[in-house]
Design a protein around this ligand. Structure first.
Ligand SMILES: *[C@@H]1O[C@H](CO)[C@@H](O)[C@H](O)[C@H]1NC(C)=O
Ligand SMILES: *[C@@H]1O[C@H](CO)[C@@H](O)[C@H](O)[C@H]1NC(C)=O
Ligand SMILES: *[C@@H]1O[C@H](CO)[C@@H](O)[C@H](O)[C@H]1NC(C)=O
Ligand SMILES: *[C@@H]1O[C@H](CO)[C@@H](O)[C@H](O)[C@H]1NC(C)=O
Ligand SMILES: *[C@@H]1O[C@H](CO)[C@@H](O)[C@H](O)[C@H]1NC(C)=O
Ligand SMILES: *[C@@H]1O[C@H](CO)[C@@H](O)[C@H](O)[C@H]1NC(C)=O
Length: 279
């Protein structure tokens, strides 16, 4: 399979004046993080650079996380992996220290409805607005890509709306995405999802989270209505569904299961290839 894929890309590069090269990067899921935190106007922001502390210029990627937020190792490693493709990655703590714990299966059940009410859309919008201003004004970076996972998948489309700051987007298994948000998209977007039937093979997420999270997940119906809106808008878009992938697969699949591992690695490349082409 790999030789024919390479051939196909080689064919593309001769067919078009400017060609897209797949960056020679991979997604890391274990090991040490490379970034650092900085407090920006009261918001703790994880920063990851593609090389030693570049301070200004280049292109940025705003990382909009799932409900596990900055404490989750896989999230920081994913941010580092995107940075390794040549971007300044800015990953704000959306929950002011109140991210959902990822390892609380034994603990008291967390009421996700209540947790969500502590983090309303307006508050998340304000934090992301602050991050966009920080990228533009302090880091002096004008082009911003956005990546959004699960919870965060709603916000990249919101900030892809005209004048909101994100220029190019990638989202994976978005939750709570509304038609009006898709309608407002004003830049290239690529989406990674999974077929509905794979929900029950979800790994490593507590039952209370499962119940709340999957109600709103991006299933086949959501995919088709999203594609219909984007097609009608003549948007530049792309969608991929990964079989056998659980909700959350782009961040924390079970890496010992081949189809899940593939879904994480391929969706990472889906994002960086999209940014290489459009950002
Ligand atoms: C950021 O700094 C402000 C002002 O110094 C402080 O009140 C706040 O607790 C800090 N926040 C974080 C997340 O470190
Ligand atoms: C990068 O800069 C930040 C803020 O000045 C600092 O906290 C951090 O230690 C630096 N990291 C490296 C690897 O130099
Ligand atoms: C969760 O919180 C919501 C809102 O506060 C409340 O209506 C609901 O009864 C709670 N659910 C449980 C299982 O405690
Ligand atoms: C997708 O989810 C929506 C909302 O929960 C539901 O109405 C719809 O039937 C689901 N579609 C499929 C194909 O399961
Ligand atoms: C759709 O968008 C492309 C790229 O921007 C443009 O070249 C084309 O004219 C558009 N088509 C229509 C029907 O607006
Ligand atoms: C990951 O998958 C393997 C193989 O199916 C299984 O043995 C293991 O328990 C799974 N790990 C988690 C954390 O679910």
């Amino acid at each position: 399979m790999l030789p024919s894929l390479a051939l196909c890309l080689a064919g593309l590069s001769t067919a078009f004046a400017s060609s897209v090269a797949l960056p020679n990067v991979f997604v890391s899921h274990e090991g040490e993080t490379k970034g650092f935190f900085r407090n920006v106007s009261g918001v703790s922001i994880y920063h990851s650079y593609h090389h030693q502390n570049v301070t200004t210029g280049g292109k940025a990627v705003l990382f909009v996380s799932d409900i596990y937020g900055v404490p989750l190792l896989e999230n920081k490693l994913l941010a580092d992996s995107i940075a390794s493709a040549g971007y300044t990655v800015i990953f704000p703590d959306l929950f002011n220290g109140d991210a959902v714990p990822s390892d609380d299966r034994e603990g008291p059940a967390l009421n996700l409805t209540e947790w969500r009410s502590r983090h309303p859309t307006a508050e998340i919008d304000a934090i992301l607005g602050l991050a966009v201003d920080y990228i533009h004004n302090d880091l002096k970076i004008s082009r911003i890509g956005g990546v959004g996972y699960c919870f965060g998948g709603k916000y990249v489309p919101r900030f892809l709306a005209e004048g909101k700051g994100i220029d190019v987007g990638f989202i994976a298994h978005p939750s709570g995405l509304e038609a009006a948000e898709v309608q407002g998209i004003n830049g290239p977007i690529t989406i990674a999802g999974m077929p509905m039937l794979s929900f029950h093979i979800h790994q490593g997420i507590t039952n209370h989270v499962l119940a709340g999270e999957l109600d709103n997940a991006f299933n086949a119906t959501g995919r088709y209505s999203t594609e219909a809106i984007l097609t009608a808008k003549n948007a530049t878009y792309h969608t991929n569904f990964y079989s056998g992938a659980p909700h959350g697969f782009a961040v924390r699949p079970n890496m010992t299961v081949p189809r899940q591992k593939y879904a994480k690695e391929a969706s990472f490349l889906q994002a960086v290839l999209w940014f290489a082409a459009w950002l």
